[in-house]
Structures are given as structure tokens and as C-alpha cells.
Write a new protein. Structure first.
Length: 225
């Protein structure tokens, strides 16, 4: 194992693009090809230019960087795909991680990745479309039909209470409540007999506001060519 890594480190300065290189980044190790590292990184192009050999005794190269962030930088160098830090559940970007990775991209001289993050091109990858549905008298209408159950949609329901005037049947028949047209001649005679005007009561009714946010991913804006 050690002899293979020493052999790789010795060849790294010869310009052999297929040379395997082991990097000790913080407490983690990464193995990749020399060509992967030097293709877009000014830092690695200079370090593996052949002008010096600073490999450790086991043949690996120590890099004083955050391994978690370096993983994303290396993934970009390998594939050319830009990182997308987007949480589908909360439908938000991880701006803190982008800021941290921007610093790493600048340190390693990865210009395309640096410019992509600095110009917030990741915002072009995700499209959010919001629609709002307002349902009055929500207790009279099931909400199930208004809920978008697609995996790429987030539905939020907010309920508030309003008041409205509700018609009261003079005979006290509950199914006539709220609908004057349901009262027939018997109800009219009861009202005339009692000498009453049409009666209404103030009633609290729920009002539902359903906000649906649909996510569309424009992958062509982050995938490498």
C-alpha cells in the first residue's frame, strides 16, 4: 500500500495525467487522478507542476482544508456538475454552505465554480411557482380536492375565522338554516302567524387559505457539458 502511494507521488511530478494521487484533507483521505485536480484548479496545477515534491512519507499530500467542503469541490472537478444545496422539504437554499464553498473555490483557484457561486447561478436551477386558493365557509367544502399531493409540491393551509349572517328558519328546522329557499309555505305561515320578519343570526365560519408551492428543477443549468 505504502509503496503504491509513494510510486504515485513520485509520478505526480512527471505530468502523467493518469497518476493516482492521495490527498489527506483534514482527517479524511481522497484518492483521485492528477488530471482531475490540475484541470481547473490553479492551486493543484501549481502544486503538481513538477517544481517540487512535498508528499508525506506515505506518499499522500496534506491539504489544510475542510474535508466536508473539499468533497463538493472535488465532486465538481470530477464531473463538472455544479453543487445544488437545496432542501426540498423547506424549499430553501443552504446559503451558508454556498458562502463557505465559495471561499474554498477561491482558495483552490477553481474559477468556474467560484464565479457560479458568486453570481448565484444556483438560483437558476430551481423554479418556484406559488398559487393561492381561498375557500370561504371551509367547513361546508372538503379541502381534500384542493390539496396538491405531488412530490414536488408543498402545501400550506392557514385557517382564520370570519362572521356571516345566517338565515334562520321560523319553524326552527335545522336543514333550512342558511338557505332561505328551503323554506316552504308552512314556514311562511309560521312567520306570518308570529308576525316576525326574516331572522338572521351571526355565525363564525372558517376561511381557509391554501398556498401551494411547486418546485421545478432546471438541471441543465447545473450539469457539466
Amino acid at each position: 500500500m505504502d509503496s503504491e502511494q509513494n510510486h504515485a507521488s513520485n509520478n505526480s511530478s512527471t505530468g502523467d495525467d493518469n497518476t493516482k494521487i492521495t490527498l489527506q484533507v483534514g482527517e479524511r483521505r481522497f484518492t483521485t487522478l492528477r488530471d482531475t485536480l490540475v484541470g481547473e484548479s490553479d492551486y493543484f496545477a501549481a502544486r503538481f507542476s513538477g517544481r517540487w515534491n512535498d508528499a508525506d512519507a506515505d506518499g499522500s499530500y496534506f491539504v489544510d482544508a475542510d474535508p466536508t467542503l473539499f468533497e463538493h469541490a472535488l465532486r465538481y472537478l470530477r464531473s463538472g456538475n455544479f453543487p445544488l444545496f437545496f432542501d426540498s422539504a423547506s424549499q430553501t437554499f443552504d446559503y451558508a454552505k454556498y458562502i463557505s464553498l465559495l471561499g474554498e473555490a477561491r482558495y483552490f483557484g477553481i474559477r468556474k465554480l467560484e464565479n457560479w457561486i458568486a453570481n448565484k447561478r444556483y438560483l437558476d436551477v430551481v423554479s418556484l411557482e406559488r398559487s393561492v386558493t381561498i375557500i370561504e365557509n371551509a367547513n361546508l367544502e372538503p379541502l381534500e380536492g384542493h390539496l396538491n399531493k405531488k412530490a414536488n409540491a408543498k402545501v400550506e393551509v392557514a385557517v382564520s375565522w370570519n362572521t356571516q349572517q345566517v338565515y334562520v328558519c321560523p319553524r326552527g328546522i335545522y336543514v333550512h338554516r342558511g338557505d332561505r329557499s328551503r323554506c316552504g309555505q308552512a314556514c311562511e305561515k309560521a312567520r306570518e302567524r308570529d308576525g316576525r320578519e326574516e331572522e338572521y343570526e351571526e355565525e363564525f365560519v372558517p376561511r381557509a387559505v391554501i398556498t401551494t408551492t411547486t418546485v421545478t428543477f432546471n438541471t441543465s443549468n447545473c450539469l457539466g457539458s
